[in-house]
Design a protein around this ligand. Structure first.
Ligand code: ATP
Length: 362
């Protein structure tokens, strides 16, 4: 088990800057996620760590070892791809044994290690099967066993569940986490699926345009987004424009189209001052629907309702624009119509975010 440290990584493909000075430290034994929209650079960063790309500048270390220029097979890292890249004409056992045969490991040891790897991914006894006799989820387990059999210190996963149906994906999330933790591996997992990341990650980095925009635990990133991009990429949110009137400690009063709202400054290294333009982020479940007039809120009318059993989703038309609202465990089902409703939010549930200059890099 090794820590993985990427320091100031820049990667250019011709005139395209895919990575723009990325630094990240993944702790030994951590399951770490790289998350972001298509083209943000997450696969490129993973490939630099695997040794499949060489950074234009910056260094990559595994523990104390600088591996920046080491070829992939000398890094003790194994990669699992979206397309499992299995040999369809070989048995499960032969597929898993492939990396060990290449390394000229003695036959008896190969048999033992393949057995252990199949046990770990819960495919005990299926070694003789052909790849085409397996379900999608089982094929993904074979790909994992093949990566694990070489006893890597680091496991690098590139959208490993994208080819599975929704139910299997959820089952395999638990499985991959178990395998990483039982195997004592340091793992980096690339996905654009925020739910996968929220449910599995020890920590995650949200990437945008070749940079890490925020890094933290699932709970921290969800509850304390630092930018509007992160707030809307991780989970649903309502974004509201405003201007700071007054700041008290970590709380700020913000003037909006519908009067003042008090919120919390979520990015510790930023201190707003009166007059700053800001964006407020309010999660759909942070809005409470009330009939009476409550403090820290806005009045509107329900225009849409979707009843989903354990929750109800409403769209409420307000002077701040349409607000997405979610009521969990609803006891009252409200009707869309003319009757005004009041949406209110706790101060701590309103994130006050700095308005960022959008610099177009490409
Ligand atoms: P996706 O989720 O679509 O896989 P990503 O976040 O993994 O996206 P990357 O594949 O890392 O993104 O790509 C980052 C940027 O670098 C993109 O603009 C992409 O077009 C560019 N890029 C990646 N690989 C190459 C390459 N071999 N040659 C030229 N440009 C590349």
């Amino acid at each position: 088990m090794d820590a993985i440290i990427a320091d100031s990584i820049v990667k250019d493909f011709g005139s395209v800057r895919a990575l723009d000075g990325v630094s990240v430290e993944v702790a030994a034994g951590e399951l770490f996620f790289l998350l972001g929209a298509s083209g943000c650079g997450k696969t490129t960063l993973l490939r630099c760590i695997a040794g499949l790309e060489t950074p234009t500048s910056g260094t990559i270390s595994f523990g104390e070892r600088d591996v920046t220029t080491l070829p992939p097979h000398k890094r003790e890292a194994a990669m699992v791809f979206q397309s499992y890249a299995l040999w369809p004409h070989l048995s499960v056992e032969k597929n898993v044994a492939f990396g060990l045969e290449e390394r000229k490991i003695p036959r008896a040891e190969i048999r033992q290690r393949v057995g252990e790897a199949l046990d770990l991914v819960h495919l005990t006894g299926l070694g003789e099967r052909g790849i085409d006799q397996l379900s999608g989820g089982q094929q993904q387990r074979v790909a994992l066993a093949r990566a694990l059999v070489v006893r890597p210190k680091c496991l690098l996963l590139d959208e490993p569940l994208s080819n599975l149906d929704a139910k299997l994906r959820i089952e395999m999330r638990r499985e991959i986490r178990r395998i990483v933790k039982e195997g004592g591996l340091t793992a980096i997992y690339v996905t654009h699926d925020q739910e996968e990341a929220l449910s599995m990650a020890d920590r995650m980095a949200v990437m945008n345009r070749g940079k890490i925009e925020q890094l933290g635990t699932s709970e921290d990133v969800y509850r304390n987004p630092h930018t509007a991009f992160v707030a809307s990429f991780i989970g649903e949110t309502n974004l509201i424009k405003g201007r700071v009137v007054e700041v008290r400690g970590e709380y700020a009063m913000v003037k909006t189209e519908a009067g003042p709202l008090v919120g919390r400054v979520t990015r510790p290294e930023w201190q707003p001052v009166a007059g700053d333009d800001v964006t407020l982020s309010i999660r759909p479940e942070a809005w409470h629907v009330e009939a009476a007039s409550g403090e820290n809120g806005v009045t509107g009318k329900i225009t849409e309702r979707s009843y989903l059993g354990q929750r109800i989703q409403y769209v409420v038309d307000t002077p701040l624009g349409p607000q997405q609202v979610v009521e969990l465990n609803p006891h009252v089902v409200r009707e869309p119509g003319e009757t005004p409703v009041r949406l209110t939010a706790r101060h701590a549930d309103v994130a006050v975010l700095q308005v960022q200059m959008q610099v177009n890099m490409r």
